[in-house]
Design a protein around this ligand. Structure first.
Ligand SMILES: Nc1ncnc2c1ncn2[C@@H]1O[C@H](COP(=O)(O)OP(=O)(O)O)[C@@H](O)[C@H]1O
Ligand SMILES: [Mg+2]
Length: 315
């Protein structure tokens, strides 16, 4: 099959972004006034933060946007020095054919506090030449001095009806028929995450001519739960290294977030205890440990290390 639909159907302009209407209206004012403070986009995954940032950059900077735009992805090295050097090199130059320059940093909540402090100093240093757009899942993980330098935009999960309409229009453009309940099922599982919805639609479509509810269930129940099951099984049998390898592959290769992992481990443990495959006492201990892991991840601890530590409790 051709490339990912999430990229093919990424809105290119602010007007094409689905939902988030009051945010989009505010962003358009920056385009009209050709000026922009530092912005922070917060909210859950897959609701249009990166998409809106790119669309805004293109309209506010005009046709020379590429030359005046620096994007630092979470996947890039983001130690303190890299952030500093990249930003310094970029800000040393004057804007060319655009009113100012823009730096976009994704997933700032995954930066260490030290790196955030370094970032804040760069933000202060270059207020005249550049504006920053920062995106994160939780603004609570961002240091106050950065928060207070930004206009904050809180992105909401996308409404069910809006996801339904979007998926139907994508299916139509791709020439796929669909059962109505297949789309409803996707929407139920996606919990307001448009990226997840579109990905599920494409996977379901790859199974046949028509997108059916069964093909959606096939996609939803596949891969991850099976692997989570295998990981837990290995750990319970005392094979830590194998469990840890599975953990790494799920998180790194498939990009599953710490929070998704916690939820899936929770489902798997609950299903074991309710089917009588796991002792009540053992379950209670493990849930206690899982709750602790969940809390630490939310507080900003490294999810992979926390989950690895959790696996040691299963042995
Ligand atoms: N509000 C939206 N309207 C239309 N498509 C969206 C929206 N939000 C997300 N998507 C789809 O999901 C993909 C990822 O969105 P992105 O903006 O990167 O999410 P995030 O909020 O995690 O930064 C986009 O390429 C697009 O296909
Ligand atoms: Mg993003």
């Amino acid at each position: 099959m051709m490339g990912p639909w999430v990229e093919k159907y990424r809105p290119q302009t602010l007007d094409d972004v689905v939902g988030q209407k009051h945010i989009i209206d505010r962003l358009k004012k920056y385009v009209d006034s050709e000026s922009m403070p530092n912005l922070m986009f917060t909210g859950p995954a897959g609701v249009g933060k990166t998409t809106s940032a790119l669309a805004l950059v293109k309209s506010v900077l005009g046709e020379n946007w590429r030359a005046n735009f620096l994007e630092l992805n979470a996947s890039d090295a983001r130690g303190i020095e890299t952030v500093r050097t990249n930003i310094k090199n970029f800000c040393r130059l004057k804007p060319v054919g655009a009113p100012f320059r823009i730096i976009f940093l994704d997933e700032v909540d995954n930066m260490t506090k030290d790196a955030q402090h370094a970032l804040r100093r760069e933000m202060e240093m270059y207020t005249k030449t550049a504006s920053f757009i920062l995106s994160c899942n939780y603004s609570s993980k961002i240091i106050d001095p950065i928060q207070s330098r930004c206009a904050i935009f809180r992105f909401a999960p996308i409404k069910s009806e809006e996801i339904v309409d979007r998926l139907k229009s994508i299916a139509q453009s791709e020439g796929f028929d669909y059962e109505d309940n297949s789309i409803e099922t996707i929407v139920k599982f996606a919990e307001g995450d448009m990226r997840k919805s579109v990905n599920m639609l494409q996977s379901a479509a790859s199974q046949g001519e028509i997108i059916t509810e069964d093909s959606v269930f096939g996609v939803v129940s596949k891969a991850k739960p099976q692997e989570i099951k295998k990981m837990i099984q290995s750990a319970l049998q005392g094979n830590f290294i194998e469990a840890r390898n599975i953990l790494r592959s799920i998180m790194i290769e498939q990009g599953t977030s710490g929070e998704d992992m916690v939820n899936q481990i929770y489902s798997e443990l609950s299903s074991r205890v309710s089917k009588g495959y796991m002792d009540g006492e053992v379950y209670m201990d493990l849930i206690g440990a899982l709750a602790e892991t969940d809390f630490r991840i939310r507080e900003g601890a490294n999810p992979r290390i926390q989950l690895e530590a959790l696996l040691t409790k299963f042995l």
